[in-house]
Ligand binder design. Structure first.
Ligand code: GLN
Length: 483
């Protein structure tokens, strides 16, 4: 039963092949048995899950239906869950029980989804390896000595190991797409403003966006449907109708113009990944797509701009965790300054402290123009590159990451080496565009992802291209040994 996708679960529940309660029990037992190897969960919510599963079964018995009614999922541990620890992977929030549900959590619960638990993540979503969590590193089910990617590594490892069919995640600079690539999943970062950020603990507010991680594009469509929509509680939420994403999965790719940026194939890209990317292009050509070389000339400036803007916003967002308003409080403070210093020093890990320092520096008087303002100008240039490219093509295709998942610890002493791995994903966040990563092969037994980018609000187009590709390839069906 644990092999079923969300789409298959919906059919099985509708056909009364099994109940949500039965399925939930099977998955909870599987998590108890296998997760100690992976560390993909921070908290399990068994009681809530069984209660939600029974309620979903009762709703079905009363004639209700719905793709998510009775479907087991988990939430990345930065989505607030009422009465349940919401840690953000940090000691700072180790004992924080959220007083309300995030909009995404509330919407999915209303659709009948069953919450199995809260997944592990990089502390405050900062990282690409899931090694900065206060609760310990997450392991990649494809090779337990390798990282699963970050910061949504817990959601990715759990779904890849078939502990559950799908999970929520967030992407500020790649944290849905990169772990999807590293664990052979399909992950979608929606257009900025498509999914509410209300109750989603902020890292960098102008970049953060929630989205689905699942095994197939079909399942991403189902989960996104439950997450997306206007939310008056989020001032950057966009009041734009939500299309039927599952209905968008049957479009022909005949004549679809796919742009492949020449800048993507630079020295940093593993040549074996380049070959797999080109193989995916050949596959899409067979389905009728036309390929065009394009250029994104400002791409080289994106990493430095992102690593000014994201820490700048983080330093501001994280100022509320001071031991008074929110978060861990030190023992026996001598005075107010001592309380602030020690509470923050004890509560935040080294990567978070580094980003706060970088961000506060970039925003300080005298440096603001030189760093923050300059970075914002680059951000506009990156967006302009995309706007020009989308005048010529319908989709942009390339690698999700320059390398496959690295070994645990391999980049922990060199933060910049890890930052460089974000080169293909962060541009979509800077521009606010939707992006999807889908499985496209293996290098040394480790999964490789191909990234698709589309114009604003064209999530349906991304899901359709990935779905057509998945109907004609079987990379996404491969299962890690032992799971
Ligand atoms: N790796 C990037 C960072 O550390 C992106 C993280 C994310 O998307 N949350 O900032």
């Amino acid at each position: 039963m644990h092999q079923l996708t969300l789409a298959e679960i919906a059919r099985g529940l509708a056909d009364k092949k099994f109940s949500s309660e039965e399925l939930t029990k099977v998955l909870l037992a599987r998590i108890a048995q296998l997760d100690p190897q992976l560390n993909s969960f921070i908290s399990l919510t068994e009681d809530l899950a069984l209660q939600q599963a029974k309620a979903a079964d009762a709703r079905r018995a009363n004639g209700e239906s719905g793709a998510l009614l009775g479907a087991p999922i988990a939430h990345k541990d930065l989505f607030c869950t009422q009465g349940i620890r919401t840690s953000c992977g940090s000691k700072m929030l180790d004992n924080f029980k959220a007083p309300y549900d995030a909009t995404v959590v509330a919407k999915l619960a209303a659709a009948g989804a069953v919450t199995l638990g809260k997944t592990n993540m990089d502390e405050f979503a900062m990282g690409s390896a899931n090694e900065s969590s206060y609760y310990g590193a997450v392991k990649n089910p494809w090779n337990l000595e390798h990282v699963p990617g970050g910061s949504s590594g817990g959601s990715a490892a759990a779904v890849a190991a078939r502990l559950l069919p799908a999970a929520t995640a967030t992407d500020t600079g790649g944290s849905i797409r990169q772990p999807a690539a590293f664990t052979n999943l399909t992950g979608l970062k929606p257009t900025y403003g498509r999914v509410s950020r209300w109750g989603m603990i902020a890292y960098a507010s102008s970049l953060d966006q929630g989205g689905p991680l699942a095994r197939t594009a079909e399942d991403c469509a189902i989960l996104l449907q439950g997450m997306a929509g206007f939310d008056p509680q989020d001032s950057t939420s966009i009041d734009e109708p939500v299309p039927d994403y599952s209905a968008s999965l049957n479009g022909s790719l005949q004549g679809l113009r796919i742009g492949v940026p020449k800048e993507y194939f630079s020295a940093g890209l593993d040549p074996r990944i380049a070959d797999l990317v080109m193989a995916s292009v050949e596959e899409l050509k067979k389905l009728g797509a036309v390929i065009k070389e394009i250029s994104l000339p400002n791409m080289q400036h994106a990493i430095p701009a992102y690593y000014v803007i994201a820490p700048a916003e983080a330093s501001s967002n994280l100022s509320r965790f001071d031991g008074v308003r929110f978060g861990h409080r030190c023992e026996d403070p001598k005075n107010l300054i001592d309380l602030y210093k020690r509470s923050r020093g004890e509560g935040f890990g080294p990567e978070v402290q580094r980003r706060i320092m970088v961000g506060a520096y970039a925003l300080s008087a005298g440096y603001y123009d030189a760093y923050y303002l300059k970075a914002q100008k680059i951000r506009r240039l990156v967006k302009n590159d995309f706007m020009a490219a989308f005048n010529e093509v319908d989709i942009i295709l390339g690698p999700t990451t320059p390398n496959p998942a690295w070994k645990l610890g391999a980049k922990s002493s060199d933060p910049v080496a890890a930052y460089l791995e974000d080169v293909y994903t962060i541009t979509a966040n800077l521009a606010g565009l939707p992006g999807l990563s889908m499985p496209a092969g293996f290098v040394d037994g480790l999964p490789v992802g191909v990234q698709l980018l589309a114009p604003y609000f064209q999530e349906g187009r991304l899901l359709n291209v990935a779905h057509q590709y998945q109907l004609n390839t079987d990379w996404h069906t491969r299962t890690p040994t032992g799971f």
